[in-house]
Design a protein around this ligand. Structure first.
Ligand code: NAP
Length: 517
């Protein structure tokens, strides 16, 4: 939506294709009960309209899906975006025609358009993934994926419900389903670290003070590591006493103003030093043991196989407390894997669970999934899928050698899922827009990453990830949740602020690493 607004403002003709029946992307599709963003509302919004900044009133610390969708609908109307958005239309093919130097884009509705530039704003977490277990077609109950939730409310009252998956989506939906269902069985493969949301109505004084200084507030986020500004850490977690560290964690855990990344950013080495990270991981495990009554259930909920923050920490409301309810049970499908979906429920290696409804909170083919579902062909008919067979290769996560004039917003190799997405999207859209202005000023018509620049960046992304603990977790950051997906660390772990500087330097340095033609 920002790209449309921005490029239209530059006098370009823009056509947006959108699979959904409405705008909003993530916030259009993820309508499951309890869905809300885990970035604070004042930081998670579109930054390009100062009047909108002042006019829109956020209601909660972490806005719920309905509010975000209302906001995005409002933006579409306010900026008159809808006239250039073709809804209910999936792009199936994008082919670069070399002599004409134009992209030919085809859709599932028979559209065929040509374009000088193609911007893939297809999302990092938009290709929903079901578990690879047989039998779903035989299931006679109702089933849903959190990332494709229906518009009409789903009634769980009196039902035996199973939820598969305990990532952010599972953590959100489980307490809400537990409020309605007669019985809830959670099928957990890997326990996650869940930090209390401490959500609350937004303090009007806080909202007023941010709005009074929005320019500075946003700039601080842009220059930060995760797209959310925190005071800079100065000491290792291992250089302070146990009491001091625990007090710091406790303030973050209990504060109404807390943030999941708050537990990571207080010390310099939480994401680079396992021993430092162990301190916060143990703090969270201790809280789980405090909250959950049954010690065996508490133990099953305690993450032990990955450091804190190496999978995106989940933000929960009454998540661990839900397991104290008598009608909620936890099945560890790491020790007793799901063998099949049967006509009446889920059968693990140990027993069958009869279920009226199954909710799959099983995540996404992250970062590359949406792109790989489109047949994208660059120079010489080269398929992007083939080029990326061993893992994505990009320059800055925004361009691909052999695919001129194609841009990937928050693509693999950019901070993307390791950041406040609103900040990363803004930066990419503005960088692309500036590049198009630069082309126009030079009378050039193509921009293409060089193979050398792409190789160097791909290596850099890998090297930076190895300086952290991230690759030690079997996460979607590494493609580990999709069988057969190459194990490559997908986002750029160097931080939003540093990454922005690098992109700006590339532009200032005559688009170093790009061939302009
Ligand atoms: P996810 O983090 O990938 O979690 C998927 C869950 O399903 C994991 O627990 C996974 O277990 C489990 N799973 C997958 N296949 C399975 C199988 N065959 N059998 C058993 N369990 C299986 O996906 P998500 O929860 O949808 O979240 C994805 C991302 O979306 C988040 O990290 C976040 O960035 C974003 N998100 C954000 C919010 C928010 O802002 N509040 C809310 C929702 C989502 P394993 O861990 O063992 O693979």
């Amino acid at each position: 939506m920002y790209a449309l607004h921005k490029l239209r403002g530059m006098g370009l003709t823009v056509q947006v294709f959108e699979t959904g029946d409405g705008v909003g992307g993530t916030w259009y599709w993820n309508r499951y009960p309890g869905a809300r963003v885990d970035v604070k509302s004042m930081e998670y919004n579109l930054p390009f309209d100062p009047d909108l900044d002042q006019d829109w009133e956020w209601t909660e610390k972490y806005p719920p899906q309905e509010e975000l969708r209302r906001y995005l609908d409002h933006v579409a109307d306010r900026l008159d975006l809808r006239r250039d958005i073709r809804l209910t239309t999936r792009v199936t093919e994008a082919v670069y025609a070399e002599p004409a130097q134009r992209w030919l884009v085809r859709t599932n509705r028979g559209d065929e358009v040509t374009a000088q530039y193609v911007i893939m704003a297809t999302g990092c977490l938009s290709a929903a993934k079901l578990p690879e277990v047989p039998g779903l077609e035989s299931y006679t109950g109702r089933w849903y994926h959190t990332g494709h939730w229906p518009e009409e409310p789903v009634d769980f009252a009196g039902k035996r419900v199973g939820v598969v998956g305990t990532g952010s989506s599972g953590v959100h939906v489980i307490p809400l389903i537990a409020q309605q269902a007669a019985a809830l069985t959670v099928f957990q493969r890997t326990p996650n670290f869940v930090v209390p949301a401490n959500n609350h109505p937004i303090d009007p004084e806080h909202q007023r003070s941010v709005k009074a200084d929005y320019v500075r507030f946003r700039q601080a986020n842009r220059e930060s590591a995760f797209g959310t500004a925190f005071p800079p850490a100065t000491r290792s977690a291992l250089d302070v006493s146990d009491e001091e560290r625990t007090a710091y964690f406790a303030r973050n855990w209990h504060s109404p103003d807390n943030h999941p990344a708050g537990l990571l950013v207080g010390y310099t080495d939480m994401i680079t030093n396992k021993e430092a990270n162990d301190t916060v991981a143990q703090y969270v495990r201790d809280r789980i043991a405090d909250i959950v009554d049954d010690p065996a259930v508490a133990a099953a909920l305690q993450p032990v196989d990955h450091p804190f923050g190496t999978k995106r920490p989940c933000v929960g409301t009454d998540y661990y407390e839900t397991y104290n309810l008598p009608h909620v049970s936890l099945v560890d499908v790491r020790t007793t894997p799901i063998a099949e979906i049967t006509p009446s429920g889920i059968r693990t290696s140990e027993q069958e669970y009869a279920l009226d409804t199954i909710v799959f909170a099983t995540g996404f083919d992250a970062m590359t999934g949406a792109l790989s579902r489109i047949d994208i062909r660059g120079r010489g008919g080269m398929a992007l899928g083939e080029k990326w067979a061993d893992g994505p290769r990009t320059y800055l996560g925004i361009a691909v050698a052999g695919f001129p004039n194609l841009f990937t917003i928050t693509g693999p190799g950019s901070p993307s899922v390791l950041s406040n997405m609103a900040v990363s999207i803004e930066q990419h859209v503005e960088w692309v827009a500036d590049a198009l202005v630069a082309l126009r000023e030079r009378g050039a018509s193509t921009i293409e990453a060089t193979v050398e620049a792409e190789d160097a960046w791909t290596q850099h992304v890998d090297e930076v990830s190895r300086m952290t603990l991230y690759p030690t977790a079997d996460s979607y950051y590494l493609g580990a949740n999709v069988p057969g997906k190459p194990r490559v660390f997908l986002p750029y772990a160097g931080g939003v602020g540093l990454y922005r500087k690098t992109c700006d330097e590339v532009a200032a340095n005559d688009y170093h690493g790009f061939a302009l033609g």
